[in-house]
Design a protein around this ligand. Structure first.
Ligand SMILES: [Fe+2]
Length: 400
């Protein structure tokens, strides 16, 4: 017997209980909250035939972009295959995750697109495609993909608010700030703990220079974004930027200590936010002191070169910020070797990662001419650093 999720997307499952359990896990994925892997594991224990549960787990591990999780992603993919006959969109999801793991984001997005063409209400595919667009620096797709799903999703179906939040972020990244703010605020009204939508409005307030409103926006809903969410560190980073804009050094450092300082549970993206904030402090002439050394230690422990250009750039910031010339030189040599490959990651490194890392190293040595030449020579390739406009602003700030 066939089953479908509340939006009508058919799923392979044993019974309607599995569908309800998957919907709960999907809610956690969309909200960046709770323990979605734990929820999926419990579902798999009850119903190993739920292919979508294995696939979502594989996508979460792949999305972490961390080498230590690649094995777990592959195990989850193998379990999905072993679960039995799958539907077309489930087979395509497996292909998308495999491509993602191999660093072929274009191919992953092609597979997600094919799923969404057939099933535009497929929120798991939309979520991970949106994240792949973000990690690959595809600005236009960040707006286009959620808009198409919104057009296919009636207002009364669950999950629509989260799609609105994704669309708000895409609108912001394509500089349609008014529409982005309206969509983001509507998404937060629909789901107050939609941290991606809170973040989309945060970006609008940053890009339009409204730091006081930004501080209010985050201050009024701290319980919603700062609680049980693995996106809290990045939202805290945005809050710190408003204070930095207002030259409130004490507030910036207090947010750093509370949210961004590396700890046992820090993931690589948290370390990147920390490096970006300390670098901005450094550029503003505010010394970060021993924080650089702690952060460089954390990168040395958790980071591996060549997985993602965004991480490579931030690792270089940490090593140069801590004045660790040997580690910076070793990283540069490792990246140059990886850049000789012929996959998408190698191309991103050649066009953006290497020149940016060289510019940061040159900046650390006081070689301003090389820094300016390398960064101003990037042109449109600066997008390949990936991340958001606000995150790539660090390149302009370094040039100034
Ligand atoms: Fe952001």
């Amino acid at each position: 017997m066939g089953f479908a999720d509340p939006r009508g997307v058919p799923l392979t499952a044993r019974d309607s209980g599995s569908i309800a359990a998957f919907e709960e896990a999907l809610g956690q994925i969309l909200a960046f909250a709770g323990d979605p892997v734990g929820a999926l594991d419990r579902l798999i224990e009850e119903d190993p035939s739920c292919v979508q549960a294995h696939l979502a787990k594989a996508a979460i591990y792949a999305w972490s972009l961390h080498p230590s999780f690649v094995g777990r992603a592959r195990e989850a993919l193998a379990a999905a295959e072993a679960a039995g006959p799958a539907l077309d969109h489930e087979r395509r999801q497996a292909a998308a995750v495999k491509a993602w793991l191999a660093g072929r984001y274009d191919e992953a997005c092609r597979q997600f697109d094919a799923i969404l063409a057939e099933e535009p209400r497929h929120l798991t595919a939309l979520f991970f495609a949106h994240q792949a667009d973000f990690f690959a620096g595809r600005t236009e797709a960040l707006e286009l993909r959620p808009r198409r799903t919104l057009e296919a999703l009636p207002e009364d179906l669950p999950g629509r608010g989260f799609v609105l939040g994704m669309w708000a972020f895409g609108l912001e990244e394509t500089a349609r700030f008014g529409e982005a703010e309206e969509a983001g605020r509507a998404a937060v009204a629909a789901a107050p703990r939609d941290v991606w939508a809170i973040h989309a409005v945060g970006h609008v307030l940053e890009e339009t220079g409204r730091s006081e409103e930004g501080i209010l926006w985050y201050g009024e809903r701290e319980e919603d974004w700062a609680g049980n969410s693995y996106f809290a560190v990045h939202n805290a980073w945005h809050l710190a930027l408003y204070h930095l804009d207002r030259e409130e050094e004490g507030a910036v450092l207090s947010i750093y200590e509370r949210f961004l300082a590396p700890g046992r549970r820090s993931i690589l993206l948290n370390l990147c936010d920390a490096a970006a904030l300390l670098w901005r402090l450094h550029l503003a002439g505010l010394p970060a002191g021993p924080r650089w050394q702690t952060l460089a230690d954390a990168f040395a422990a958790k980071y591996r070169p060549g997985c993602h250009v965004f991480d490579d750039v931030h690792a270089m910031l940490a090593f140069v910020g801590a004045d660790r010339r040997t580690e910076a030189a070793r990283l540069m040599a490792d990246l140059a070797g990886i850049a000789e490959g012929d996959d998408e990651r190698a191309r991103q490194l050649r066009r953006a990662g290497l020149p940016i890392c060289r510019a940061i190293a040159a900046f650390g040595q006081g070689d301003w001419r090389s820094t300016v030449d390398l960064l101003s020579g990037l042109g449109e390739d600066r997008r390949l650093m990936t991340g958001s406009h606000a995150q790539r602003d660090i390149l302009e700030l370094t040039l100034i």
